[in-house]
Write a protein that binds this ligand. Structure first.
Ligand SMILES: [Mn+2]
Length: 453
């Protein structure tokens, strides 16, 4: 059996990022780009000719997996629903089934009978999979085309897809229960099995909760050929088995750095000799709005004028680099870009003299962006310091820390020692000391706080 499918997730239709209508449209454009790849048809859109991208990855595919978060929120408006229906109709018209699970952003409210994903299933636009969970018991049913619900579906003979909605904190229990049920299922020879869920894997995104440890996913290893995930917007492929395509458009500017992302195409061939891989996974990169974030340290600007001069030089250089990048023949990012400028460090002059409006204007003049945002993360220098004494930077740092510890009754008694410990830890971190060594150091201080460090 040979087949080819597209795996996407986290489309987030309906997100009007920065309150900007164009960004609302961008999320629909990214969804259409995924569908272009799935159908192999690249129609003109909004007056622009169709954009061919990723020429090394060709469509069309036999079916599409949508692993949750088609919508950005539960309460969507008519325009957002229209975007979803227009995109999904293109798949249906091309005879390509779209198999989906519900994500956290689109869950039905508890007092509602159906959410919008269920609505799309009833409209025959998606095949929405889920299992019934009652306590520790998980029950699966084949897809029922009349009731438009079920737990698994076979888009073609020899391919079976199981689905599970977003389960939040109980994902671990649900996946374990699902694995038990799958182990009892009769498997026909050569069948290719996919498990789809809206959940992550621990360690793949530093600050994102909701991931299962790899060993928890491993309970599905024997029963599945491919785990199709969504939820984490950062793409990853683990062991050629657990796959997450990443968000086609950027829900935060940080996501813009994660390329390629947006969709995966999987070419399946189950007639390979024993031991050979049964599929090949290709990572695609959807066209999306150009988004860039720049960081500028203000430490070396002795006056407001000097800061503006340095910033002008910096921003113009970055704008030229970006312009060159976006004009490259292989570039697919759309313009005008979204630009965020972060000002960091310590401001050597009064905060009041920092003219944010003028800096915003500078960003607009340099990039002519769709959105230009300036964010300050500058540390304030307004800590009381005797003006007439000259101290080194490290001594100043130690004094400031000591002052902070003095304000906390738990540490006030040994504030000087805690300040020295904090400086030592900072230096270890800056020197790239491994995290567990730093932890040992902290433990040592906690055990003997009153001793000399
Ligand atoms: Mn999402």
């Amino acid at each position: 059996m040979k087949t080819r499918f597209l795996h996407c997730a986290d489309i987030h239709l309906g997100y009007q990022q920065y309150g900007e209508k164009e960004r609302f449209n961008d999320f629909a454009a990214a969804f259409h780009a995924v569908i272009d790849k799935a159908t192999g048809i690249y129609p003109a859109r909004r007056g622009q000719p169709g954009l061919h991208f990723d020429p090394q990855i060709v469509g069309p595919v036999d079916f599409v997996l949508l692993a949750g978060d088609l919508f950005h929120k539960r309460a969507i408006d008519a325009l957002t629903l229209n975007q979803a229906i227009r995109g999904l109709r293109r798949l249906r018209d091309a005879g390509i089934p779209c198999i989906a699970v519900e994500g956290n952003h689109e869950r039905a409210y508890y007092d509602e009978a159906i959410g919008w994903m269920k609505f799309l299933a009833l409209q025959d636009l998606i095949i929405l999979l889920d299992a019934e969970i009652d306590g520790d018991t998980l029950t699966i049913q084949p897809w029922d085309p009349v009731r438009r619900q079920g737990s698994y579906y076979e888009p073609k003979p020899g391919v079976r897809i199981y689905g599970l909605r977003y389960c939040g904190a109980s994902t671990g229990t649900a996946v374990t229960a699902y694995a038990r049920v799958l182990a009892e299922q009769p498997v026909s020879d050569g069948a290719y099995t996919i498990f789809m869920a809206h959940a992550g894997v621990e360690g793949q995104m530093d600050d994102k909760a909701g991931g299962l440890a790899y060993r928890q996913w491993a309970t599905l290893r024997e029963q599945t050929d491919y785990i199709a995930l969504g939820h984490f917007h950062r793409p990853f492929i683990l062991d050629d088995w657990i796959c997450n395509p990443g968000s086609p458009e950027s829900c935060t500017i940080r996501e813009a750095d994660w390329t390629p992302r947006g969709y995966l195409i999987i070419e399946v061939d189950t007639e390979q000799p024993v031991g050979a891989p049964r599929h090949r996974i290709l990572s695609g990169n959807t066209p999306r709005r150009a988004m860039r974030h720049y960081t500028f340290r203000t430490d070396h600007a002795s006056s407001p004028d000097a800061l503006m001069a340095q910033l002008t030089e910096f921003l113009q250089r970055k704008a030229q680099e970006l312009s060159r990048e976006l004009k490259h023949p292989s570039a697919t990012e759309s313009t005008p870009p979204v630009v965020e400028l972060y000002l960091t460090g310590v401001l050597p002059f009064e905060r009041r003299s920092l003219e944010l409006k003028a800096i915003e204007l500078l960003v607009r003049e340099s990039f002519a962006p769709l959105i230009g945002v300036v964010k300050t993360q500058i540390q304030s220098t307004d800590y009381p310091i005797e003006r007439d004494t000259v101290v080194t930077r490290s001594e100043l740092e130690r004094r400031v820390l000591e002052g902070l510890f003095e304000r906390d009754t738990r540490y006030a008694r040994d504030s000087d020692k805690w300040a020295r410990a904090a400086v030592a830890l900072k230096q270890m971190a800056l020197a790239g000391t491994p995290a567990d060594t730093i932890l040992d150091e902290i433990n040592a201080h906690l055990r003997q706080p009153a001793q000399e460090v």
